[in-house]
Design a protein around this ligand. Structure first.
Ligand code: LLP
Length: 446
């Protein structure tokens, strides 16, 4: 076993994180050097961690049953990597679909999701030949029927069910609960009706059912309940319609460690509950055993990335509170402000030094722009040093904005001691390019 000093949040960091002569390294590359070469804030993606999580999912669920959720993070090279590993992809917009296709991702391995897909998005999916569209509303069914009829072929679909299973997570990401905007509710027989409707359509082919109960789920118990609910629905569809689902897609949701202190079920434990539970429940009800699919996002890419910042201002305010202000904030990581998500931070140059409490503030014009609300950092932390926040791979870059007209960071992929830019840093010129040209004449005096 290699020596891993205590006090460093190893569980939250990429698998390749090490302490080298220049401080923290990922993928064999020093984060301080990366910051020097590519600037900050910088997202650093560890290819090995990303691949290893995907491989574990593929090993546990079987090829053809793992659809990486692009919304967590996607760019062309990540799409290519997912394709290379043999996984599928879950996309929710024309933009995500186009990114996958631009990378040469095989359309047949794509699932098209969304609670309000436009007619154009559905047509783009149908024309690309996606593996399935996950229907979420009656309009999806109607529009797909038109598309299938016009193209003279049956379009493959999954029906998304709102299973009414509550996962113990933030209410904003608790998608499976009753009253959710997603899917056809079990209540009032709506899911059954949707299944019946698709089955009777000459233009659609029903491959199975889908459900997603939420995100950053830290207990397997809601998944067991989900399995029961879905198999009980399968029993009803078998009895009423003579159809039981060949595929059950249980969505994503597995939580990850952010601060290194969380206890998180493993991918293999999740597979045991979903696959084992499905086989057992199907057997008990005398149903054929469905194929079990999943759509992990966060648990693939979350711990595969870190963000590197430069410390600009270090200040002590009245009352003794100390702030370390970095050159990013809510524009590239909105999660602390939106969900109360807790992160940790360490200094790239001296990752083991944790002495005094700091609040890591962003650079945006809002007092709520605090990335880490209390973390131990070196007492003499200085401007110019680099702060690293682990576990920023999921819903970080993908939810980034240009608030305060701050350009979005670059994403650099590291592996085997080499780094390459996979998303270039945005510039102010990029932002200005979208504006209609305008100028104000005349002198304006202060
Ligand atoms: N499948 C469906 C249908 C989903 O809606 C989602 C996430 C996933 C799969 C992937 O879930 P994951 O494995 O990543 O938990 N922005 C929020 C998370 C929103 C999740 C939305 N749906 C956050 O930053 O926590």
């Amino acid at each position: 076993m290699e020596f891993r000093p205590k006090g460093v949040p190893w569980k939250a960091l990429p698998d390749t994180a090490r302490i080298g002569p220049g401080g923290l390294e990922v993928g064999g590359v020093s984060l301080v050097e990366l910051a020097g070469e590519f600037g900050t804030p910088l997202f650093v993606l560890c290819e090995e961690t990303f691949r290893s999580r995907l491989r574990r999912y593929l090993a546990a669920f079987g090829e053809g049953n793992v659809f990486y959720a692009a919304k967590a993070f996607i760019c062309r090279s990540t799409a290519a990597l997912v394709a290379e590993e043999g996984a599928g992809m879950d996309v929710v917009s024309a933009g995500e679909l186009a990114t996958a296709l631009a990378a040469g991702f095989p359309a047949a391995r794509i699932l098209l999701h969304g609670n309000n897909k436009s007619a154009q998005e559905l047509a783009a999916g149908a024309d690309a030949g996606v593996g399935a569209v996950v229907v979420d509303a009656w309009q999806d069914i109607e529009r797909l029927e038109e598309l299938g009829s016009a193209r003279g072929r049956r379009l493959p679909v999954l029906v998304r069910v709102a299973p009414g299973v509550e996962a113990d997570t933030h209410s904003y990401v608790n998608t499976g609960k009753e009253g959710s905007k997603f899917g056809f509710p079990l209540a009032e027989g709506m899911a059954m009706e949707a299944v019946g409707r698709v089955l009777s359509s000459p233009h659609l082919e029903l491959l199975g059912l889908h459900a997603h109960i939420g995100s950053q789920i830290l207990s397997l118990e809601p998944y067991s309940r989900l399995v029961e609910v879905m198999l009980s629905l399968a029993e009803e569809t078998a009895a009423a319609l003579g159809w039981s689902p060949p595929i059950l897609d249980y969505g994503g949701g597995l939580g990850i460690p952010y601060t290194g202190e969380e206890d998180v079920p493993s991918i293999e434990e999740l597979a045991a509950v979903l696959k084992g539970g499905t086989a057992a429940e199907a057997g008990r009800r005398g149903l054929p055993e469905p194929r079990v699919a999943v759509e992990p996002g966060r648990s693939v890419v979350g711990n595969a990335m870190v963000t590197v910042y430069t410390v600009g201002v270090v200040k002590r305010v009245a009352g003794g509170r100390r702030y370390a202000a970095v050159d990013g904030g809510m524009s590239e990581n909105i999660r602390p402000m939106l969900y109360g998500a807790r992160y940790t931070a360490l200094v790239a140059e001296r990752p083991e030094q944790a002495e005094e409490e700091f609040h890591v503030a962003g650079r945006h014009c809002e007092s709520g722009d605090v990335l880490v609300d209390g973390v131990l950092l070196p007492r003499d932390l200085s401007p110019g040093e680099h702060l690293v926040t682990p576990a920023t791979g999921a819903y970080g870059y993908s939810m980034a904005s240009n608030y305060n007209r701050v350009p979005r960071p670059a994403v650099v992929s590291v592996a085997g001691g080499r780094a390459r830019v996979v998303v270039r840093r945005e510039t102010v010129e990029d932002l200005l390019r979208l504006d209609a040209p305008a100028g104000v004449g005349g002198g304006w005096k202060w």
